[in-house]
Design a protein around this ligand. Structure first.
Ligand SMILES: Cc1ncc(COP(=O)(O)O)c(C=O)c1O
Length: 411
C-alpha cells in the first residue's frame, strides 16, 4: 500500500491496525471469514471505476467488453456450484438481496411466514425495526423445545394464515432444515417458497450440507460468510421468476452493479469449485461439532440441542450465570471475537441477552482443526468463568496470540 501510505496516513494506519487485529485474534463471529489474497486483489482493481447498469449483452453504457466477461463468469461458476435455473450476482449484499426478492414477487401488505428472530431468523425476515416489516406483513414461526421446527405445526399455521410466501433460512440456528417438508407445505397453500442461505452457502457449495436450490422458488444469499467471497449478495431462482428478479434488482432497487465485487465473487466461486473447498466445508462442521462436544463437557447449554452446521448458539446466562454481553467482553479481552445473541424467547434484552453465537468458518480458513478447537474450548470456559478476573484474562490473551502466530493470515 505504498501510495496510500503516502497520501492518507490516517486510513493507512487504520488498515494496518485492523490487519494486526485480525492476525492476532481468533475470529469466531459465525458470519465472518477471511477471503483469499486473490479475492482481496480483485476487489482493489480498476473494475471499481466502471458503470455497467443492465446485464451482460444488454447494458446502458458502452465499454462493457470486460465487465460482461466477469459477470458471465460469476454466473457460470455459481451455476456449477448451486445448479440454479437463473442467477443474479448483482445484489450488493444480503439485506438488499432479500428486499429485492420480496419486491419481485410480492405486493405491499402481502403476508410472509418467516422464522422468528429469537429462534434464529434474520432481521430482514420481518423484524419490526426493518423496512421489510413496514412493507410486508410478517408472521413468525418458532422452533420446538428439541430445537427442531415442528413441520406439522408449521403446516397448520400456513393453512390458517395463507401467506403469499413461506420463508426459510436463518442467521442463528444450528440445525438442518427439511427442504422437502417446506416444499410440501408451500404446495398445499400455493405459496412462493423462498430460502435465505446467507450463512450456509459455503457449506452447500462444498457439499457438506444438502442443496436446497431444487426445492425453492427463490434462494438468496450473501457471498462473504461460509462461501468466503467478497461482501456481497446473490439471488437464484426458478426460470419462472427470472425476469421479475432481474427487474427488481435493476432498475427496481439498485443502480450500477459493483463490478469489482462481482469480479471478486467470480474468483471466490472459482475457489469454491476446487476439491480443497469440499475439505474446507467438511472441516468447518467438524470443528463446530468438536466445539459443541467440548463446551457441553464444561456444562454450557447449547441451544437447539447441538449443531449440524458452522455455528453454536449458547445460553451462557442459563449455564454460567454470565450474560451474553459479559461473555462477549470477556472473550474480546482474550482475543476471541464472538457476538452476544438472543436465545429463543429470551427474557433478557437484545443489548444484553442470555446467549452468545460462535462460529468456526474463519478459524477453519486459518487451518485450525480439532486439536486447536479443543484448546479454544478450554479458553472460552476459563474466560467466561473468570470474566471479572483481569489477570486470568491477560494470561489467556497471551496464549491466544501464541496460537494465532502458528496460523498466520495472508503469509
Ligand atoms: C440470513 C441472513 N440474511 C441476510 C443477511 C444480511 O446480509 P448483509 O449484512 O450482507 O446485508 C444476514 C447477515 O448476517 C444473514 O445472516
Amino acid at each position: 500500500m505504498k501510495n496510500l501510505k503516502k497520501t492518507d496516513q490516517k486510513i493507512y494506519k487504520a488498515i494496518q491496525g485492523e490487519q494486526k487485529r485480525q492476525e492476532e485474534g481468533l475470529e469466531m463471529i459465525a458470519s465472518e471469514n477471511y477471503v483469499s489474497k486473490a479475492v482481496l486483489e480483485t476487489l482493489g482493481t480498476v473494475f471499481t471505476n466502471k458503470y455497467s447498469e443492465g446485464y451482460p449483452g444488454k447494458r446502458y453504457y458502452g465499454g462493457q467488453e470486460f465487465t460482461d466477461v466477469v459477470e458471465s463468469l460469476a454466473i457460470d461458476r455459481a451455476q456449477k456450484l448451486f445448479k440454479a435455473q437463473h442467477i443474479n450476482v448483482q445484489p450488493l449484499s444480503g439485506a438488499p438481496a432479500n428486499m429485492i426478492a420480496y419486491s419481485a414477487v410480492l405486493k405491499p401488505g402481502d403476508k410472509i411466514l418467516g422464522m422468528d428472530l429469537s429462534h434464529g431468523g434474520h432481521l430482514t425476515h420481518g423484524h419490526p425495526v426493518t423496512l421489510s416489516a413496514q412493507i410486508y406483513n410478517f408472521i413468525g414461526y418458532k422452533t420446538e423445545k428439541d430445537g427442531q421446527i415442528d413441520y406439522v405445526a408449521l403446516e397448520k399455521m400456513a393453512i390458517k394464515e395463507k401467506p403469499k410466501m413461506i420463508l426459510a433460512g436463518f442467521s442463528a440456528y444450528s440445525r438442518n432444515l427439511n427442504y422437502r417438508k417446506f416444499r410440501q407445505i408451500a404446495n398445499k397453500i400455493n405459496a412462493i417458497l423462498m430460502i435465505d442461505i446467507a450463512h450456509i452457502a459455503g457449506l452447500i457449495a462444498g457439499k457438506a450440507i444438502s442443496n436446497p436450490v431444487p426445492y425453492f422458488d427463490i434462494v438468496t444469499t450473501t457471498t462473504h460468510k461460509t462461501l468466503r467471497g467478497p461482501r456481497g449478495g446473490m439471488i437464484m431462482c426458478k426460470k419462472k421468476y427470472a425476469q421479475a428478479i432481474d427487474k427488481a434488482t435493476f432498475p427496481g432497487f439498485q443502480g450500477g452493479p459493483h463490478m469489482n465485487n462481482i469480479a471478486a465473487k467470480a474468483v471466490a466461486f472459482g475457489e469454491a469449485l476446487r476439491p480443497s473447498f469440499k475439505k474446507y466445508a467438511k472441516q468447518i462442521i467438524l470443528n463446530a461439532k468438536v466445539l459443541e462436544k467440548e463446551l457441553k463437557q464444561y456444562d454450557f447449554k447449547i441451544m437447539f440441542g447441538g449443531t449440524d452446521n458452522h455455528m453454536l448458539l449458547i445460553d451462557v446466562f442459563g449455564s454460567k450465570n454470565v450474560s451474553g454481553k459479559e461473555a462477549e467482553i470477556a472473550l474480546d479481552k482474550i482475543g476471541i471475537t464472538i457476538n452476544k445473541n438472543v436465545i429463543p424467547d429470551d427474557s433478557r434484552s437484545p443489548m444484553d441477552p442470555s446467549g452468545i453465537r460462535i462460529g468456526t468458518p474463519a478459524i477453519t480458513t486459518r487451518g485450525m482443526k480439532e486439536r486447536e478447537v479443543r484448546q479454544i474450548a478450554v479458553w472460552i470456559n476459563i474466560a467466561i468463568e473468570n470474566h471479572n478476573n483481569e489477570k486470568v484474562l491477560r494470561k489467556l490473551h497471551k496464549e491466544v496470540k501464541q496460537l494465532c502466530k502458528k496460523f498466520p493470515l495472508y503469509k
